[in-house]
Design a protein around this ligand. Structure first.
Ligand code: 5AD
Ligand code: SF4
Length: 466
């Protein structure tokens, strides 16, 4: 399952813009895979003469890349569509056309309903069919309202253009690379197996070629993405079976690729070779997002997670034995149907036992079509809210303690982008924390040795060690 992030818009292109070029505004909701997909859509549209804009009013095409993971995420789409309908009308009054497209997981799950409820929408396109975007837009231009969610046979990665060099440069020194999509785990709360389909792994050669292109464009850190990234499997050069650990080994052979991360993992797919990779590969950052969702064995069973808390704790001990400085992150759901106070206390106890550097936590949200939606004993909203508050307070305390413990340490910092203050840059610590440091803009992309001097609520402060 992918980790939730803040809403982003596509960055404007570096290309010179003229009034003749068509402009696309992409709004991304949800996880990192949607961020990756939005960039790939922008790249696919570039071949059609589109450049990205971050001004929605200027766009000839507005694409919403949507998330269906919780009810609130899906609702956001319909309210955004209401606002877009008004903008489309206003622009039509001024003689300017604007197409509206809905992509992503809401498109896949509710395509027909979107077309019915939102007449201003011209195009609905699912996450596996982005390579057909230029052709779908031609159909829209011919007056059709297009629903493009049927993906039974085609592989989008074979048809989507590779990351564009100039755009990659503009996007920065870190990049996402999707290596796996879909999920066969069927956790009873989750829509992903229905929206993203069953597990598919991209072939080694395709991944290595894309990673090389990214590095050639100046990328120093790649995060491999997958809803179940550690379920990735492939075939090596001599026909042998590969798991994610083997793929990580192969990627470290790319000169100039200094850092690797991967997300999101399922505890059942952490195999020995992947654990060994944490011991053997200095490029693999000591940070692991390994969701458990609940600390109650009864609830884990009802969620169909197919492991116990004891197995999870033992697994973490093995990974930490391989990489002692590893920091953990996780996801939690409170108020799954049937969760009692005692179950919830078990979750708090598990968090105390494991100790997280960072974690994401959510109130259970009923998703139509998932087995959880049919369970009785739904937990009242006010109970969920109270539990979430307690859990988040504990997780925040652990996050702050982790940050405080970093003070005084000397670490390698990848300098990513300008900071808020002049003369300041922001980088990421090995444990994915934002770190502010005084440094020159020409150093973006460098990995420098810094000493952590302080910790704020959302970031650390450091000084370069000469
Ligand atoms: N309700 C609440 N949270 C959910 N997640 C997935 N499905 C639901 C749901 N129905 C959470 C899980 C997952 C994260 C990305 O979103 O914790 O790991
Ligand atoms: Fe992750 Fe479970 Fe959803 Fe699969 S079904 S994406 S393992 S939460």
């Amino acid at each position: 399952m992918t980790q939730e992030i803040a809403v982003l818009s596509a960055k404007p292109d570096v290309a010179l813009e003229s009034s003749a070029v068509r402009k696309v505004f992409v709004k991304t909701y949800g996880c990192q895979m949607n961020v990756y997909d939005s960039d790939r859509m922008t790249d696919a549209l570039a071949k059609d003469g589109y450049v990205a804009t971050d001004v929605m009013e200027d766009a000839d095409l507005v694409l919403l890349n949507t998330c269906h993971i919780r009810e609130k995420a899906a609702e956001k789409v319909y309210s955004a569509l209401g606002r877009l309908r008004d903008l489309k009308k206003k622009k039509a009054g001024e003689g300017r056309e604007m197409m509206i497209g809905v992509a992503g997981c809401v498109a896949q799950a509710e395509g027909d309903e979107i077309l019915r409820r939102a007449p201003a929408v011209d195009l609905v396109i699912g996450p596996q069919t982005y390579h057909r975007l230029p052709e779908a837009l031609q159909r829209v231009k011919r007056g059709e309202r297009v629903l493009e969610t049927d993906y039974a046979i085609e592989d989008k990665f074979e048809h989507l253009p590779a990351p564009d060099k100039a755009k990659t440069k503009a996007r920065g020194v870190t990049a996402f690379l999707t290596v796996q999509e879909g999920c066969d785990k069927f956790c009873t709360f989750c829509v992903v197996p229905y929206t993203r389909g069953s597990e598919v792994s991209r072939p080694v050669a395709q991944i290595v070629a894309e990673a090389q292109k990214l590095v050639d464009a100046g990328v120093r850190e790649i995060t491999l993405l997958g809803q179940n990234v550690n379920a990735w499997h492939g075939v090596g050069a001599n026909g042998e079976k590969w798991g994610l650990g083997d793929l990580l080994h192969r990627l470290t052979q790319i000169e100039g690729l200094s850092r690797l991360r991967y997300t999101t993992s399922h505890p059942r797919d952490m195999d020995d070779s992947l654990i060994d990779a944490h011991r053997d590969l200095p490029q693999l950052m000591p940070y692991l997002h390994l969701p458990i969702q609940s600390g109650s064995n009864r609830i884990l069973k009802a969620m169909n997670r197919r492991h116990t808390t004891a197995e999870y704790i033992a697994l973490i001990a093995r990974i930490k034995a391989a990489r002692p400085d590893l920091a953990l992150s996780g996801d939690f759901i409170v108020g799954f149907p049937g969760e009692t106070d005692e179950d919830f206390e078990d979750t708090l106890r598990l968090v105390e036992t494991v100790g997280y550097a960072q974690a994401f936590s959510f109130k259970y949200s009923t998703r139509p079509g998932t087995p959880g939606a049919d369970l009785g004993d739904q937990v009242p909203e006010d109970v969920k809210a109270k539990r979430l508050e307690r859990l988040q307070a504990l997780l925040l305390k652990q996050q702050n303690e982790f940050a405080q413990a970093c003070i005084g340490k000397t670490i390698d910092l990848l300098l990513e982008k300008p900071g808020r203050m002049p003369g300041q840059l922001i980088g990421r610590s090995p444990w994915l924390q934002s770190v502010n440091v005084d440094a020159n803009a020409s150093q973006i992309g460098d990995i420098v040795s810094v000493r952590i001097t302080g910790a704020g609520p959302n970031s650390l402060f450091a000084e370069v060690v000469s």
